[in-house]
Design a protein around this ligand. Structure first.
Ligand SMILES: Nc1nc2c(c(=O)[nH]1)N[C@H]1C(S)=C(S)[C@@H](COP(=O)(O)O)O[C@H]1N2
Ligand SMILES: [Mo]
Length: 151
């Protein structure tokens, strides 16, 4: 029996992409390893967005950005105080996008923004990416993430 068969999907995906994300903020500095993602609740999402070939349906698996913030930061301790904070996501090619805590926090925007490791049943070849359900355009589906900076 292959050991890989009993590994959680996130571990498998990370082993294949080699992706490690650095997450930094006022009171945190962690590396999101295979272990830290695999230990979290995995969410599956169907999204439809525009591409050069017209609208396309895609399925992603990953971890909700809010769940990650709850696990790795203290932003959820006092959400009112955290509404000033943003989440800057930086890719290896220099593409950057920002999300706000108010946009994703339950009770506020509650947007189910996903840090995905798998698309259409395949590990993401060029690293982890954000999935922004409801965006018809792809620019916030940032790929090849290397850093998440809480500001
Ligand atoms: N790192 C990175 N991610 C990125 C981009 C980019 O330039 N760099 N472009 C975005 C834009 S504008 C689009 S439309 C989609 C395209 O993704 P696709 O080729 O998988 O459809 O990727 C998004 N993610
Ligand atoms: Mo785009």
């Amino acid at each position: 029996m292959s050991v890989a068969m009993i590994l959680p999907a996130a571990v498998l995906a990370q082993d294949q992409t080699g992706a490690v994300i650095e997450m930094t903020g006022p009171d945190i500095s962690v590396e999101l390893s295979a272990d830290s993602l695999a230990a979290m609740t995995i969410t599956e999402q169907d999204v439809r967005r525009e591409t050069d070939d017209g609208p396309q349906d895609m399925q992603f698996r990953g971890v909700l950005l809010w769940d990650l913030l709850v696990q790795e930061t203290t932003l959820d301790d006092d959400v009112k105080q955290s509404l000033r904070n943003t989440v800057q996501v930086i890719a290896s090619d220099g593409h950057e996008v920002a999300f706000s805590v108010g946009e994703i926090a339950p009770g506020f925007g509650n947007a189910p923004i996903l840090l995905a490791f798998e698309k259409d049943g395949q590990p993401l070849g060029d690293g982890l990416q954000m999935v922004v359900q409801g965006d018809s355009r792809g620019a916030r589906f940032i790929k090849g993430i290397v850093k998440i900076e809480i500001k």
